[in-house]
Design a protein around this ligand. Structure first.
Ligand code: C2E
Ligand code: MG
Ligand code: MG
Ligand code: MG
Length: 282
């Protein structure tokens, strides 16, 4: 009987399940080697002051260049990296690389701007996480206040003592903390007053329709006002056109990020972009 059950269960899922898990396994084994083979690359997208258009930082966005799969976007591999724990070494690589880049840009252009790095829940909860952050700062020489860690609401809402302790430790070290994709979680707003966040990033799904939908305009306005009254800065994500920047400017949204200013770029293109836009601003 047991034999039968095992066999039929296997057969019931075949062949689709077998395909899927085979593909997953293949991606997983490729991902395991991607670090040593140097297949990861960071793209950088500028973050500007909404009122002046002045550059004040960049967000590091991970790309995976695989010879067989081409360029793989983070939504395709970060979830699997999370599940397998590979996000821990990959995330360390991202931290080190991003901090070093920020220092290089300063040397090249004199700009002391910030660098934002995305942190996934599994990585954040790893016991070595704070050490990894401190190591990236020390070995690059980047001052802590110029590193901003982006954390999603999903992670914060677990409400655990550990989460709160890690956030406080990072805050004491001077690292800046932001809530990414704000508004897409469960909107349990109370965490905003108990945790040491510096910045809210309004999710692009709200920003997209600020001029088309009254509700989205009201939400964005409310988020900005709430954030400001709590002493937080606001970044609007996914800004794609001038009408959106006009709205955001009128509503005193501190910073903006999106295709309207620039797409994410490879490091060297970003450096060129910095030089050109700096010239434009002088
Ligand atoms: P995110 O942190 O919310 O990053 C913003 C995403 O919006 C990026 O997608 C960016 O390319 C895209 N974007 C920027 N401006 C615009 C715009 O004007 N319009 C539209 N439609 N999209 C815009 P990307 O690079 O594909 O990254 C997706 C997500 O993957 C990120 O969302 C982040 O959660 C995650 N991710 C990226 N890099 C890392 C990393 O190094 N570590 C971890 N743990 N997660 C990462
Ligand atoms: Mg982000
Ligand atoms: Mg702080
Ligand atoms: Mg986001």
């Amino acid at each position: 009987q047991a034999k039968n059950k095992g066999k039929s269960a296997y057969e019931r899922f075949a062949p689709e399940m077998k395909e899927v898990s085979h593909e997953r396994l293949q991606i997983e084994s490729r991902m395991r080697r991607a670090l040593e083979l140097n297949e990861f690359e960071l793209y950088y997208q500028p973050i500007v002051e909404t009122s002046s258009g002045k550059i004040c930082g960049a967000e590091a966005l991970l790309r995976w260049n695989n010879p067989t799969m081409g360029m793989v976007m983070p939504d395709k591999f970060i979830p699997l990296a999370e599940e397998t724990g590979l996000i821990i070494p990959i995330g360390e690589w991202v931290l080190n690389q991003a901090c070093r880049s920020a220092v290089r840009w300063e040397q090249a252009s004199g700009l002391k701007h910030g660098i934002s790095v995305n942190v996934s829940p599994r990585q954040f909860r790893d016991p070595g996480f704070v050490d990894a952050v401190m190591h990236a700062l020390q070995s690059s020489g980047l001052p802590a206040h110029r590193l901003e860690l982006e954390i999603t609401e999903r992670l914060i809402l677990d409400n655990s003592i550990e989460t709160s302790e890690i956030l406080s430790r990072l805050d004491r070290e001077g690292v800046r903390l932001s809530v990414d994709d704000f508004g897409t979680g469960y909107s349990a707003l109370s965490y905003l007053k108990s945790y040491p966040f510096d910045t809210l990033k309004i999710d692009k799904s709200f920003v997209q329709d600020v001029n088309a939908k009254q509700e989205d305009a009201s939400l964005v306005r409310a988020i900005i006002n709430m954030a400001h009254s709590l002493g937080l800065k606001v970044i609007a994500e996914g800004v794609e056109d001038e009408a959106q920047t006009d709205f955001l400017n009128e509503e005193h949204c501190d910073y903006s990020q999106g295709y309207y200013y620039s797409r994410p770029m490879p490091e060297l293109d970003y450096e060129d972009w910095l030089r050109t836009s700096q010239r434009a601003q002088v």
